[in-house]
Design a protein. Sequence first.
Length: 60
Amino acid sequence: MPLVEMLLSTLGIGFEQIVQWRYGPMGIVALVLLGIGLRARNATCASVGAVVLVLLMVQA
């Protein structure tokens, strides 16, 4: 299991770096909102994060 956890962490960090490089600080804020919303099972927070990410992707 430690190998799987390390692999998932590496992929997560890599994805965060790509989002930050491509979409800047707002991309990270959207990713954090989405992650917090999913962990806390808060649909509002997750939806706001997802909408911001989609808007950033459509704009670029």
